[in-house]
Write a protein that binds this ligand. Structure first.
Ligand code: ADP
Ligand code: MG
Ligand code: MG
Length: 916
């Protein structure tokens, strides 16, 4: 080996290690942590010695027609002889043989995705030596049969890309042979098999392997080891691993490392065991050692469910294991050692650890440690506990919790235990998280009617439209067959924090709207109970129990959010249209309303009268008629706005003037049309003619937003008067009011000037009427048309604030109709043409660039221009971070996303601090 040649192999053992924890990219998570545990002066834990072959070898292997770098063999030999020296054994030796495991390990753990082979090095030659050394024939043949099972499966079948005939792989076949022996002898457990049983089983196994795979099981230690190494590399490109990487967005180039490690045996008898544990409870975050173990077992037995594992201590007991002896009871000294190691590991890594251990003849060995996965509730609790114990800093605590994990704290969910015990009947897209149970209904009207009787219902629809909003609101949850994550149902549900599954193609709603059928043939009729897990998109039959999560009483959450609010500079507002939502949002920490949509008052509960008046206004023929209708509508609009502004207790409220195209409000039902005709004193023919006149080919790009206010200034005038009078009344009542008037769908400064003139006129009149010198309001615009962003310098001459309407801005920048992306966006994502759905997370390259440019130019004109975002993106953590980086003043999102945005904003601030 030349001195300049690259290092491909990293040794660990005997209190030393070439690598360490920081080398995950090279050694994989498992290899890096084994090196750390074995070699760090503060740890030097009992880790069986071994070596790790780097991820670079994996990449070399794939780049060079599945060949290894020429230095590899020599480096492996050097490392192996170091191991042999420490162990006083030799690999492949007939007298005192060393056995090893060949383990996979990528940078990020990919649970169950890649392969591991145990007991490598057992051959006809070494078996006898091992029996002599251990005096335990049964153990040796048990290890051997395991080796054949794992090796033939992983190395000889999977790595060779052999598709098992009839879908039954070699492992399954061998398993069946083992079961057959147990059955014929009347054994219940694997541990009942005798040495003789295993001996003849091994012969049969080898025969089967040769028959099925056409090659003998290799009887050479070195061949076994290198076969194992190749198989681990091959498993990196196995179908399962590739799919997993797609989902988890793990780059293919990372590659996997391979660790070859001295075997220690948990299967040598009753003074042996193997187990897994967490340094704290990963389910609720309690600072309690939590784990399971099995006596006389090896490797995956604990998780494979062959025998029920025992609890390591009383705390870890569950329903199945409560009668089993604990490790702390049967091996008290080992338990104590394990407990102290877990504490040392936690202290060292400053985080909860997931550990694997094996006990060989009364001696404890550590086989793995890594930062443990945890759910949202546990993540928050651990972060805060560790901060309070001065274990980690406030900044670290804030970074410990993924913003989306907070969702789990905010919504009720299906009891996880019940969920495990119930097979799902269908799967769709997880559009609104949390859990819900209810009786299936199939129309909005039914949902309203049933709910009025006090029934809990789940509204099942092909897809939803604004007309379904009432029923959607009354339902516990919404389930649709069609539509994507940005469909109407998904958007509405997210806004309310309601459980929702969309695009559930596994179900078909009957044409009579009385039942649905699943692909598996389950029929759910109207009134039948179903349960939804909206976090995962799973549908269950029946009524599963829900567990409530009450975030305000969650002390850890409250403490964490205090730290969060101290750390962030970006403000967080909410998109709310009602006093109820506003109050909820304040509880979640909202600091204002970033989007109040005036049109909401024409949908849903209590909207009959105002909607009727709006329709009357829309159908008016001339200015006089329209003014009359507007005058009638005015008090409704005013009281609606006043109630919400009042609920915000002096926080700013951005009120958007009427946005949708008017035709959207024209009634469809005959009786509604007739009532309207009567009110207006015209016949149906005339009314239909007027409605027809409002129809547009492309309403989203038609007569809407500011364009309504330009053709019908009286509509703007009425709304502005409602806003300013509501504010004036509140001020007169001694309350605070901070309205911000926002003009939607603008693309020119002149549009703003036109509308500003109306606002100024009304302002004067209202001040005169109320005897006020000044009304505290601002005038601004949405930026949702690319032209408006490009002309931001101009727009800011008139606008005092910008609010980026990123739903429309995305739609118009891409030219993607957001109601129609379902038919092509999945292809774009699958073919990696786009990295993510731009309606969910801001397209930073394109739309984001428009935003950055708009802010820069806007502030060049008006230094104190207030800038926010009010699209759905305001609740997406990556997008929130982006908004922080481009210097926005606030983000606005639906009430239930407010805590998530607060946390994301704090993390963005800390990430910025670190960079500097
Ligand atoms: P995974 O990444 O799937 O967890 P591992 O490489 O951790 O795979 O191996 C699975 C199990 O095999 C380990 O939890 C451990 O019980 C067992 N194992 C692996 N290497 C050894 C070894 N050298 N000695 C004893 N058991 C081992
Ligand atoms: Mg493992
Ligand atoms: Mg818009």
């Amino acid at each position: 080996m030349g001195s300049k040649s690259k290092k491909y192999v990293y040794f660990f053992g005997g209190g030393k290690a070439d690598g360490n924890e920081s080398m995950k990219n090279l050694l994989g998570g498992k290899g890096a942590n084994l090196a750390e545990m074995a070699g760090h002066p503060k740890l030097r834990l009992p880790v069986p010695p071994g070596f790790t072959i780097t991820t670079e070898v994996c990449n070399y292997y794939y780049d060079n027609g599945k060949k290894y770098p020429k230095e590899l063999k020599e480096q492996v030999n050097v490392a192996l002889s170091k191991v042999e020296k420490i162990m006083g054994k030799k690999f492949g030796d007939s007298a005192n043989p060393l056995l090893v495991s060949v383990r996979s390990g990528a940078r990020k753990s990919m649970p169950g995705m890649m392969e591991t082979v145990l007991n490598v090095g057992l051959t006809e030659k070494t078996i006898e030596g091992l029996i002599k050394q251990t005096g335990n024939e049964r153990f040796v043949y048990d290890a051997y049969r395991r080796l054949i099972m794992m090796y033939s499966d992983v190395v000889m079948e999977k790595a060779e890309g052999i598709e098992p005939k009839g879908g039954k792989g070699i492992r399954k076949m061998l398993d069946e042979k083992l079961e057959a022996v147990k059955h014929s002898k009347g054994y219940r457990l694997d541990t009942d098999l005798t040495a003789e049983d295993l001996k003849s089983l091994v012969v049969e196994f080898k025969k089967t392997v040769k028959e099925v795979l056409g090659k003998p099981f290799p009887d050479n230690a070195e061949e076994q080891m290198m076969g194992g190494v190749g198989a681990v590399f091959a498993s990196w490109n196995g179908k399962r691993a590739v799919e997993y990487r797609r989902i988890e967005k793990i780059p293919d180039e990372w590659g996997t490392a391979v660790t070859v490690q001295t075997m220690v045996f948990g299967n040598m008898g009753d003074d042996c065991a193997t187990g897994v544990a967490f340094s704290r409870n990963p389910g609720n975050g309690e600072n309690q050692f939590y784990g399971e173990y099995l006596v006389n077992a090896q490797g995956e037995d604990v998780v494979a469910g062959i025998r029920t594992p025992g609890p390591i201590n009383d705390y870890s007991k569950n329903d199945q294991s409560k009668t089993l002896p604990t490790l702390s009871k049967i091996m008290p000294n080992i338990y104590k050692e394990l407990d102290s190691i877990k504490t040392r590991l936690e202290n060292h890594y400053k985080d909860m650890q997931d550990i694997e251990f094996t006990i060989e003849k009364g001696k404890l060995f550590m086989l793995q440690c890594r930062v443990g996965k945890r759910n949202g509730v546990a993540a928050v609790r651990m972060a805060v506990d560790m901060y309070k114990d001065k274990f980690i800093t406030a900044d670290m605590a804030i970074m410990r919790v993924a913003p989306n994990q907070l969702v789990e704290l905010l919504l009720p969910m299906i009891d996880p235990k019940a969920e495990l015990a119930t097979p799902p009947i269908a799967k769709g897209l997880p559009a609104g998280p949390g859990g819900a149970v209810g009786r299936a209904v199939f129309t909005s009207n039914d949902a309203v009617a049933w709910a009025a009787r006090g029934e809990k219902v789940i509204l099942v629809r092909e897809e939803t439209s604004p007309e379904d909003v009432d029923g959607m609101h009354k339902a516990q949850a919404i389930l649709t067959c069609k539509g994507g994550m940005t469909s109407h149902a998904a958007l509405v549900a997210r806004g309310w924090g309601k459980c929702c599954i969309v695009g559930c193609a596994d179900i078909e709603v009957g044409s009579d709207l009385k039942s649905f059928e699943t692909k598996k043939g389950v029929t759910i009729k109207e009134g039948d109970w179903i349960s939804l897990n909206g976090t995962k998109g799973i549908v269950f039959q029946g009524k599963l129990p829900l567990v409530d999560v009450d975030v305000e009483h969650n002390k850890s959450y409250t403490e964490l959010m205090k730290l969060v609010d101290k750390a962030r500079t970006l403000k967080v507002r909410t998109n709310s249209d009602t006093p109820k939502d506003a109050a909820q949002a304040i509880k979640f920490g909202a600091e204002g309303i970033g989007l109040f949509r005036t049109e909401h008052m024409f949908y849903g509960e209590g909207s009959d009268k105002p909607l009727f008046l709006l329709r009357k206004m829309i159908m008016s023929k001339n200015l006089d008629e329209r003014r009359k209708a507007l005058d009638e509508l005015f008090p409704y609009v005013k009281s609606d706005i006043k109630a919400t502004v009042e609920a915000m207790k002096g926080y700013p409220v951005t009120i958007r003037l009427l946005d949708p195209p008017l035709h959207e409000f024209v009634p469809h039902s005959a009786d509604k049309l007739e009532a309207l005709a009567k009110e207006l004193g015209v016949d149906m023919a005339e009314l239909n003619k007027r409605a027809e006149g409002l129809r547009e080919n492309n309403p989203m790009l038609g007569h809407r937003g500011v364009r309504l206010g330009i053709t019908y200034p009286e509509i703007t005038e009425m709304q502005v008067r409602a806003i300013l009078e509501a504010a004036a009344e509140l001020i007169k009542e001694g309350k605070k009011a901070v309205p911000e008037i926002m003009i939607p769908v603008t693309c020119a400064k002149t549009e703003l000037d036109n509308q500003k003139a109306i606002v100024e006129k009304v302002d004067k009149e209202v001040r005169a009427k109320f005897g006020l010198k000044k009304l505290p309001y601002m005038f601004g615009t949405m930026i949702e048309i690319p032209r408006a962003a490009l002309l931001a310098a101009k727009m800011a001459e008139t606008a005092e604030f910008f609010s980026f309407g990123t739903n429309d801005l995305t739609q118009m920048s891409f030219g993607f109709s957001r109601d129609d992306i379902g038919s092509f966006l999945p292809d774009y994502l699958n073919s990696k043409i786009l990295p993510a759905d731009p309606f969910q997370t801001i397209d930073q390259d394109g739309v984001g660039e428009l935003m950055r440019y708009g802010i820069e130019k806007g502030r060049a004109t008006r230094k104190d221009l207030k800038v926010g975002i009010c699209g759905e993106h305001g609740g997406d953590s990556e997008s929130v971070k982006f908004c922080h980086r481009i210097g926005m003043n606030y983000v606005s999102c639906s009430p239930f996303r407010v805590p998530i945005a607060r946390l994301a904003a704090a993390q963005a601030a800390l990430e910025g601090k670190k960079k500097k």
